[in-house]
Design a protein around this ligand. Structure first.
Ligand code: PGA
Length: 256
């Protein structure tokens, strides 16, 4: 079956009010309505999840959390569990985002969160990506290890169609000029599938849905969508822009 394109909006810690959140959401919702081949996942800050999910939205628009607790339940002050998220009508969770890894989330914690997401009925979006690049290619080894440690404990049934967002950390939060070029994105998607294939077998790795993230804007979205061998994007700052994000969604939808 043909995989549907996918665009994930990571709002991070924005905006400051529900009123602004509704405005941004409204533009995404209207754009999502016009799409034929693409699903959209909006990941707002936790407190906005429920009020936004109550607003009218098309069937191809889903909600996701930006993070979940690694434990399914218990006394974990300040944490939010997969089940709580699921009960708020959300379907997805971003796991292992680089900004969380930067504050101590190891591959082992990420692996645990993936399992907790599945157990709680959520679909995880696993983020991987190297912090920097060098000429001798050690970033490839870093990435291979990251993939291995995050997925090697997962059951086969969970690995089918797994969503992996490749986000080179050095390209996040910049501008399209500093994002990875489409040809390099293509190469990295092959590398990710090959690395995953070494652990779980190529048949499963081929089923993976690879997104690119890191300064996706209206100036580079079409090139990456056309030549990058990706199913879509994980969009940060541009997902808060009520003009740019609808345009990115339309570009993503052009890929058949
Ligand atoms: P950015 O963030 O688009 O602002 O670089 C990427 C992301 O949130 O995945």
């Amino acid at each position: 079956m043909k995989k549907r394109n996918l665009v994930v909006a990571n709002w991070k810690m924005h905006p400051e009010t529900l009123e602004e959140a509704k405005k941004i959401f409204n533009s995404s919702r209207l754009a999502a309505k016009t799409l034929k081949n693409t699903d959209v996942v909006i990941c707002p800050p936790f407190p906005f999840l429920q009020p936004l999910s109550k607003l009218e939205h098309p069937k191809n628009l889903y909600f996701g959390a930006q993070n979940i607790c690694s434990e399914p339940e218990g006394a974990f002050t300040g944490e939010v569990s997969a089940v709580i998220i699921k009960n708020l009508e959300a379907k997805y969770a971003i796991i292992g985002y680089s900004e969380r890894r930067a504050i101590g989330e190891t591959n082992q914690i990420v692996a645990r969160k993936l399992q907790t997401a599945y157990d709680g009925g959520l679909i995880p979006i696993l983020c991987v990506g190297e912090k920097s690049r060098d000429r001798d290619g050690s970033h490839l080894e870093f990435l291979r290890n990251q993939i291995k440690e995050c997925i090697n404990s997962l059951q086969r049934k969970h690995l089918v169609g797994m969503i992996i967002a490749y986000e080179p950390v050095w390209a996040i939060g910049k501008s399209y000029k500093e994002a990875l070029g489409a040809t390099d994105v293509h190469e990295m998607t092959l590398f990710i599938k090959k690395s995953a294939g070494e652990i779980v077998g190529m048949d499963l790795a081929e089923s993976f849905k690879i997104l690119y993230g890191g300064s996706v804007e209206t100036a580079n979205d079409d090139d990456i969508m056309e030549k990058g061998n990706v199913l879509g994007f994980l969009v940060g700052h541009a997902s808060l822009d009520t003009k740019a994000f609808p345009s990115i969604l339309k570009v993503a939808d052009t890929k058949k």
